[in-house]
Every structure is written in structure tokens, then in C-alpha cells.
Ligand binder design. Sequence first.
Ligand SMILES: Cc1ncc(C[n+]2csc(CCOP(=O)(O)OP(=O)(O)O)c2C)c(N)n1
Ligand SMILES: [Mg+2]
Length: 331
Amino acid sequence: MTEKRHEALGLTAQDMQEMYYTMLLARKIDERMWLLNRAGKIPFVISCQGQEAAQVGATFALDRSKDYVLPYYRDMGVVIAFGMTARDLMLSAFAKAEDPNSGGRQMPGHFGSKKYRIVTGSSPVTTQVPHAVGIALASKMEGKDIVAFTSFGEGSSNQGDFHEGLNFAGVHKLPVIFFCENNKYAISVPVSKQIACESVADRAGGYGMPGVQVDGEDPLEVYKVVKEAADRARRGEGPSLIEATTYRFTAHSSDDDDRTYRDPEEVEEARKRDPIGKFRTYLLESGTLTEEKVEAIEARVRQEVDEATEYAENAPYADPEYALKYVYAEE
Ligand SMILES: Cc1ncc(C[n+]2csc(CCOP(=O)(O)OP(=O)(O)O)c2C)c(N)n1
Ligand SMILES: [Mg+2]
């Protein structure tokens, strides 16, 4: 029998069940969104597929009752872990009035919720990084035990915002975790043409913080390093940079054709190592969850995705005048 690695990390079978549910829900919502997009029912999809283990492993290591997350567009696993439901996400995909992210005003993937402490991002990539540093600065100045977690792609680690944010956080020893989801591409540009150093994690040294590269296809490994970073941040020892190595299963978005710049065989190879499939195998082989339990989780996910789709498809759109709200000063 496989060793129960999660126990050494202080995680229970209940935690494992929740992790599997969260990863699977993100994947199944995403898959459904592609079908809806190809059927002409929703305008745009930008996927988490392949990155769920990194996202869920990381967020389970935070304090989900008080920490702040500043995710990027692929982070369906992050926002579900912080409280968002399948219905919330489908309402956003259909751009309906009831979408709690923005009332259907923002593109899908621009997650935001005051209630869940999910800070909305902008379409220019990496703007969330200095915002996270600001939240960490406020946490330190007000003496609060709050960690800010922000995520971004490896391509985004070339933006000025990344370097400015890490530098300031390093100098002031702020409680922030910089989490890079390296999925090997920035749209059509492979990682070899994005950065000249060995890894994104290497960049941490320039800003006086630890930099760790971790297997982003293993949620337990990711949990471990993010937990260490969160503990460090809470002890007042400052920020950390973590690079989770992943692979993007889908095209960049529903408007991209990835066959023009990567070999479909490369994608097939990555899909064979599907992090969700590997985690399922771990749960069964280690005797953590029974076959029946795993199937019950899968049935629950299917039902939630069906219900969310039906609800969101039938929900009303906002009134056209709502497009002007928050744009112009009101009398
Ligand atoms: C400042 C800025 N430049 C360019 C773009 C267009 N753009 C959107 S996503 C993206 C690729 C980002 O790649 P990466 O950071 O690796 O994230 P990934 O999509 O691979 O997860 C680009 C260039 C943008 N949104 N903002
Ligand atoms: Mg990328």
C-alpha cells in the first residue's frame, strides 16, 4: 500500500476529500465551459486545466478564514477553495446580472469577491502583484495576522509589476506569497524564449527572499512549500517566491489555436500525467478514500455543474443601463 504522505503534513482524510472535490469541480466546470463556448452559448473561456493541483494545493495551505488571494485568470481552483461556487462561476461565464464577480461586466476569469477576500484583477497581466504587496503592507502596519497570496503565469514574471512588487516586499519583509504557475507558454511563446535564467524561482535571490521550484502536478508537494511560506510570513520573516511547474492542457483561450505553435503530441504526453488522475490514484492506493467515496464525489461534482449551467443559462441579463454604473459620477 502507498504511504499516506498527507498525514506527515498534518492533513486528514477529510482534507484529502475536499482537495479532490475542489480540483475536480474546477476541471469539470472548465470542461463544460468549452462545450458551451463551442455551442455558441458563452463568449469566452480561459482554462485552469492542468493547473488545478497547483492551485488547490497552494490555497489549502492558507488560512481560508482570513487570508487574501489575488488570483489570475486561470485560478478557478483558487477561487473555489476560497468559497466561490459552480453557480457563481457559470453566472460569470454567461455574463448574467447575478454574477457575483462583476454582474456580468468583466470578462470571465476576472474573479472578485469581497465576501471571500478575492481581490479582482485587471486585464493587463501582473497588476495583481503590487496590489498583493499593498495588502501585505497594510497587514503589517495594522499588526494583523493576514497573508496575501498572489498568483500569475511565468510570462507575467517579465512584467515590471512583478519586479517592483517583489523588490518592495523583500525590502519591507511583507507577509506575501508570490506564486508562479509555470505552464511553459505565454500564449504562443515557449518558456525558453521568455526567460534567460534557469527558473522563475531563481529570480527570488535578487529580491532577498527564498525562491522554491515545486512539482505543480502534486498538490501535496505544493501544499508543503506554500505552508512553509505562509508560516514564514506570519512569523514576520517576509515574502517567498514559489514556482509551480505545470502544463496548460488547452489552447491559451477559446480564441486561440495552439496547433500553430506546439506539437499535439506534447499535449498528449502532458495529459497522460494528469494531476487529478494521479491524485485519485494516490487516494485509492493509499487507502485514504474508498472507491465508493471517490465515485460519490464525482457524482456530486457532475450534479453541481449541471445545476449551475441550467441556473446560469436561464438567469436574466442586467439592464443595458447597468453598463454605465460605476463609470460616470451619479447625481
Ligand atoms: C500587460 C499585458 N501584456 C500582454 C497581455 C496579453 N496577454 C494576455 S495573457 C498573456 C500571456 C501570459 O502568459 P503567462 O503569464 O505565462 O500566463 P498563462 O496564460 O500562460 O497562464 C498575454 C501576453 C496582457 N493581457 N497584458
Ligand atoms: Mg504561462
